[in-house]
Ligand binder design. Structure first.
Ligand code: UD1
Ligand code: UDP
Length: 355
């Protein structure tokens, strides 16, 4: 029997776990023990995903959220280590690039437990992003690096990973698995939704923690909202900052964060996505939508290459220009198989089983 300890903590990880945990449950030879660090703790940022996506209830809930990066990561390391010493797993599995990911990776490396990193090899090449630091450090101590894309594999090769004691596997993207599975279960949210709305999310620290960038973004959105409904499920971090800065926001349909089934409906039915989220850039593509990305760089470079995604940063003029021109790139890109065929979770399980 192979025992896997999975570290979850933040919204994107719950969504990825929706696919992998469902797959793990099919294997009699693998048992999964889930640790929820508590990084995200509001029910609409956490519990709702476990319920809707039928992720097994966490075996351990650490309750470490809402702290500075150092305090959060440090306390997670201490508590995860306690659990891992007790559970003695064969593998620790971490997803993505959050502080919970890094904490799990450090515990695995100190205790010499094999580490599997899902969504490995991605780079923004912006070392000021906490996520970039988290993913680089996690990759470096991983035993298996499950890469979603060719670009991720290339990044690792360029950094010399082929000379290290680790396996690099092109698994495809577990979020692609999820998009296929959850599409049929999508639920229309219960508020007034126009036919050609834009779906928008904003939460990246490089935007929320820079007053000028955040103001520019909302000035541009205020303009666009005169023409089109903009639906913005608002991350609690952004909500607090907007309130503190007393930003002038007009005509936007701001709602609380929604669960994944409503989110899938909103993506599938929108006209355009505008976001600084990592996951949502890909989901736009899964559902054949175009995406205006409110960042200066992206890890999902293949989307820019095929013309599905345009990077505009936080410049008001660039945002408005991209909106004006979007029908030119909208839905005209050719759909190729960039993120695997929906079997990433199975590939990952097979490798974990082989050791
Ligand atoms: C984290 C990840 C980011 C990911 C995002 C997904 C890191 C460094 N960042 O950012 O990569 O894209 O999750 O959503 O790990 N808050 C609440 N309730 C919650 C969760 C957060 O009120 O349930 C508020 C708190 O004020 C908290 C702040 O949001 O301090 C930031 O939360 P945190 O987990 O530190 O970072 P995120 O911005 O969510
Ligand atoms: N998401 C959601 N409800 C929301 C906003 C986002 O279910 O109100 C989903 C989104 O579709 C994506 C996931 O949350 O699958 C990860 O998103 P987030 O933007 O929080 O993190 P990132 O991908 O930027 O790390």
């Amino acid at each position: 029997m192979i025992k896997v300890v999975t570290i979850l903590g933040a919204r994107p990880q719950f969504i990825k776990a929706g696919s992998l945990s469902r797959e793990i449950a099919k294997y009699k030879e693998i048992t999964e023990v889930i640790i929820h660090t508590g990084q995200h703790y509001d029910s609409n940022m956490s519990d709702i995903f476990f319920e809707e996506m039928q992720i097994p209830k966490p075996n351990y809930f650490l309750g470490i959220g809402g702290k500075s990066h150092g305090a959060m990561t440090g306390q997670m390391i201490e508590k995860i280590e306690e659990v891992v010493l007790k559970e003695k797993p064969d593998w620790i599995v971490v997803y993505g690039d959050t502080n919970s990911t890094l904490a799990g990776a450090i515990v695995a490396s100190k205790l010499h437990i094999k580490l599997a990193h899902i969504e490995a090899g991605l780079r923004s090449f912006n070392m000021k992003m906490p996520e970039e630091v988290n993913r680089i450090l996690t990759d470096r101590v991983s035993d298996i690096l499950f890469c979603p894309t060719d670009a991720a594999i290339e990044n690792l090769k360029n950094e010399g990973y082929e000379n290290l004691q680790c396996k690099i596997v092109k698994s495809g993207d577990v979020m692609q698995d999820g998009a296929i599975f959850y599409k049929d279960l999508a639920v229309k949210p219960n508020f007034d939704i126009k036919e050609d709305y834009i779906l928008c999310t904003i939460h990246r620290a490089e935007n929320t923690d820079d007053e000028t960038r955040l103001k520019n973004i909302f000035e541009a959105l205020n303009e666009i909202a005169k023409e089109k409904q903009i639906i913005l499920p608002l991350h609690p971090r952004t909500k607090k900052i907007i309130e503190n800065l007393k930003l002038n926001i007009q005509n936007l349909t701001i709602i609380d964060p929604v669960g994944y089934l409503e989110m899938v409906w909103l993506i599938d039915n929108c006209e355009l996505v505008m976001t600084d989220s990592g996951g949502l850039q890909k989901e736009a593509y899964f559902f054949s939508k175009s995406c205006i990305t409110l960042r200066d760089e992206t890890e999902w470079v293949e989307l820019v290459d095929i013309g599905a995604n345009v990077l505009v940063g936080a410049d008001k003029g660039n945002i408005l220009k991209a909106f004006k021109n979007y029908s030119e790139f909208s839905s005209k890109y050719s759909k190729v198989n960039l993120y695997g065929d929906g079997h990433a979770s199975k590939i990952i399980c097979e490798f974990i089983l082989k050791g």
